[in-house]
Design a protein around this ligand. Structure first.
Ligand code: HEC
Ligand code: HEC
Length: 440
């Protein structure tokens, strides 16, 4: 990955830059969108810099669209949800705008973890090949209350040990399902945990050129970390654009992400997903409200930034190159959403795809991303779990990591040397690094 700053000329300048980076105050993770409301509600309410009363009201209406259930919503007297779906509201999976519980349920009302499927290989345009009569994901719930595909998620234990002799246990998912009429060997799958939806508008407003400038597909700077841009189709413009959203950065805009979620996760047709002969179930204004809700919601501040363990952990984060991918500071450009325009903010991502090694690989490539590549997830909000949900958190694309520590221990591929450096830290230093991440 190429650093955005110009390389320093001397060791002294390098040291000063490093010290100043450690010292950089990242408390306002979301720039002017950082909220001082209580942590358990800040992500759901309008950002403090919302620019008008009208937009404030629009945001509150968007909250209802995002968190309200579509179970009983009707159009022309008919229920619109489904008939097959994964869950019945955005907020059921993105709980309080945070991550969802790791559960594939065999009972109503729904599941927050979803399974993407396709036939082997890719279509000429790079998109995965839909499974006939199924589509691109297993919609395992139905409005009549039945479930489909007999999906079972089990966990296999993996044991390891730190160089200092401390033992640890990880778990790896083992998924099974049945698609009537199709041999399971023909179908490849990918398990997806519902990620937090924090600061989405800021990520959308990072200029594509900034993301491209950080990429280093051939690792020209020889730091072992490449980073590739995910190029994906924009359904509205028909152009190939920089992907930003989803674990593989397969969606270029929040509008497309939300429209795809309505269609695939809830079975609700809309302006971007409207099969021939079907009525449009989500009016354009409702889709626009949900998008604005995600764009202009508040971001929680980092906490305890003066605590000695947090200060030390932040320095370690940079020393062992976690920030090569989890880039601490980005700038947005101009935006029609004035709230997110021209902000300096701290998401801890480069929005690029990285080869994370064979252990994290799934079976299902998507557009330019291979089975081993994942988009660097933002780390803001990592410590919010206890405030947002009482259920156990899951980290990484399939929720296999039960703790932040486990998430780090799964890193491989381009992140292998960072992971090894983490393992080589003393137990006290490992605690400090994790303490820093919990402060975000
Ligand atoms: C069944 C659970 C589920 C429902 C319902 C759901 N989502 Fe998601 N959401 C996910 C998963 C899983 C992903 C990651 C998808 C991927 O990897 O491509 C995701 C990704 C996202 C992202 C991108 C987050 C990021 O970090 O890039 C946004 C934004 C989002 N969803 C918004 C919505 C909206 C808006 C709705 C309602 C219209 C919705 N979601 C409904 C599970 C869900
Ligand atoms: C080569 C780029 C790269 C480096 C270096 C890297 N990461 Fe990551 N990190 C990723 C990617 C990509 C993922 C998502 C992998 C997945 O979901 O399978 C991830 C996931 C995570 C997660 C889980 C986030 C979530 O929401 O589930 C944490 C925590 C994390 N990294 C912390 C670290 C720390 C700490 C370091 C330094 C020891 C580090 N990372 C180094 C790319 C990187």
């Amino acid at each position: 990955m190429r650093k955005l700053a110009v390389a320093p000329a001397t060791a002294l300048v390098s040291l000063l830059l490093t010290v100043s980076a450690w010292a950089q105050d990242i408390t306002n993770l979301g720039g002017d969108l950082t909220s001082d409301l209580p942590i358990d509600t800040a992500l759901e309410l309008p950002a403090p810099n919302i620019s008008s009363e009208e937009l404030f009201q629009l945001h509150l209406a968007g909250h209802t669209d995002f968190h309200g259930s579509f179970l009983f919503t009707k159009l022309n007297g008919k229920r619109v949800l489904g008939p097959h779906f994964n869950h019945n509201s955005c907020g059921a999976c993105h709980v309080k705008d945070g991550r969802g519980p790791i559960r594939i349920s065999s009972r109503p009302p729904g599941s927050s973890v979803l399974v993407k499927v396709s036939l082997r290989g890719l279509n000429p345009d790079g998109s995965p090949r839909d499974v006939p009569r199924v589509g691109e994901q297993l919609q395992n719930h139905s409005i009549d209350g039945s479930t489909r595909y007999d999906i079972r998620l089990r966990w296999r234990t993996v044991r390891g040990v730190y160089p200092d002799g401390t033992k640890y246990t990880l778990r790896r998912p083992q998924l099974s399902f049945k698609i009537p009429g199709i041999r399971s060997t023909k179908v490849v799958h990918s398990i997806r945990m519902s990620p937090p939806t924090i600061g989405m508008g800021l990520l959308e407003a990072v200029p594509a050129a900034t993301i491209v400038a950080m990429s280093d597909p051939d690792d020209l700077d020889g730091d072992g970390i490449s980073g590739r841009v995910s190029y994906v189709p924009n359904l509205e413009t028909g152009q190939i654009e920089v992907g930003r959203f989803g674990w593989r950065a397969t969606q270029p805009t929040l509008k497309q992400q939300a429209a795809a979620a309505f269609f695939h996760d809830m079975g609700l047709t809309n302006e971007l997903f409207l099969p021939e002969g079907k009525a449009q179930e989500i009016p354009d204004e409702q889709l626009a409200r949900v998008v604005f809700y995600s764009q202009a919601a508040g971001v929680t501040p980092a906490r305890d930034q003066d605590h000695p363990d947090v200060v030390a952990g932040k320095a370690l984060f940079q020393q062992i190159n976690c920030d090569s991918c989890h880039v601490m500071t980005l700038q947005t450009g101009d935006s029609e959403v004035v709230e997110v325009a021209n902000q300096e903010f701290h998401p801890f991502t480069d929005l690029l795809l990285h080869d994370m090694g064979p252990d994290l690989a799934d079976e299902r490539p998507e557009f330019s991303a291979t089975q081993r590549e994942w988009r660097t997830p933002p780390l803001w909000g990592l410590g919010l779990h206890p405030f947002l949900s009482s259920k156990r958190p899951g980290y990484l694309h399939d929720g296999r990591a039960r703790t932040i520590e486990e998430a780090i221990l799964w890193h491989g591929g381009e992140a292998l040397s960072s992971r090894e450096s983490f393992k080589d830290l003393s137990a006290a230093e490992r605690f400090q690094l994790i303490r820093f991440l919990q402060s975000l």
